[in-house]
Design a binder for this molecule. Sequence first.
Ligand code: NDP
Length: 446
Amino acid sequence: MLNEKLTVVFNEVIARNPGEAEFHQAAQEVIECLGPVLTRHPEIGRHKIINRICEPERQIIFRIPWVDDNNEVQINRGFRVEFNSALGPYKGGLRFHPSVYLGIIKFLGFEQIFKNALTGLPIGGGKGGSDFNPKGKSDGEIMRFCQSFMTELYRHIGEHTDVPAGDIGVGGREIGFLFGQYKRITNRYESGVLTGKGLDWGGSLVRTEATGYGSVYFVDEMLKVRGSSFEGKTAVVSGSGNVAIYTSEKIHELGGKVVACSDSNGYIHDRDGIDIELVKQIKEVQRGRISEYVQERKSAKYIEGGNIWEIPCEIAMPSATENEISGKDAKTLVGNGCIAVGEGANMPSTPEAVKVFLGTEIAYGPGKAANAGGVATSALEMQQNASRDSWTFEYTDRRLRAIMKNIHESCYETAEEYGSPGNYVVGANISGFLKVANSMLSMGVI
Ligand code: NDP
């Protein structure tokens, strides 16, 4: 619930950012948690820290012209929202998806501020992307698009300024094309300007796996608090991209069984447990659709257009996109005996779904805490670049695991301290917010 002061702040956010529903949703979730913070720290209200945090430091919108394989000129729109640099250079991924508009980038950038703060690493929050649809495009088209995108973006980024990475539609291939163009235009081999790079040219081991593995480590910590674990549990993981694949891989390693995953056309259900290597082959090597899975695995079923949350599971890990779990889906999960939800995706649960989860005994790990392992490992990549070093897989994975444990502890303890025990939404929002707010207070009115 919003108190009177916070209602004024939130109404101002809506009025200043019309038509940006996803940004309003993300802002409301954070602002709603801050009542007790303002009571304890009136200086935060006096210095208008919440109002300032809700206003991006800089927003860049640009034209991306490129030529497709038919020699036709195409025009897309590019975005970079540099939201908050109180803790370090702006850091956050690039999303290439036709649904991208300013409101999506702002919701993601806003979430990123608090997520990055939770990692305890020196990174501010930002996000970017384009309404470009990479589906069905040739490698040449992807390259030309990425080059045109970087031809504008390069002047706004830098290892001490703003460090983009991947998100939906942007993986290792795209980061390679973007880095190549940055290097060419600037005549600088500035490894720390992008993360998610290839292992031969400045990338970090574990970055590919980090968001998925990290989300599972976070859920594992939530389960431990309840005297439970992944061992023998059935899980459903939506999506079949980077986050979903490595979430599923780690769940299997910890003794759980993932029985379903999806893409935007439908889902596959495999009672024997999803064959991760086959999913990797289809999605990472062939760049195919998840429906192709059933051609190889006769035990599995493909349900076109189905709702993956109807499959009974003990652990649900939404890892596709925002608002993919409705209030009704949340009730179905609860009714089917789900005990934990860990968000690999950003804001995958609607406000109605979050309400359902928080009203039950379910361990609910919100995205800004649960999926922070990706950006944390990006920051570890920056550390390796700065020291011209490269760490082993085992060492980097240990660091990731320790970071996720710390994030869990900090959310858990902050929730208790502020009178909402077990509520990781309150814990994550207050803990992340306080780090940023205190830094902003120290730096004066900027
Ligand atoms: P990918 O592009 O690798 O994969 C996205 C997956 O989600 C695809 O399987 C895609 O299917 C599916 N998907 C996308 N939109 C929908 C939809 N409307 N309905 C059903 N499925 C959909 O992206 P990532 O795995 O990197 O990202 C997934 C989520 O995780 C996003 O919310 C992202 O912001 C978040 N995230 C990612 C991080 C990272 O390190 N990559 C870090 C932190 C969060 P299709 O191919 O049909 O579109």
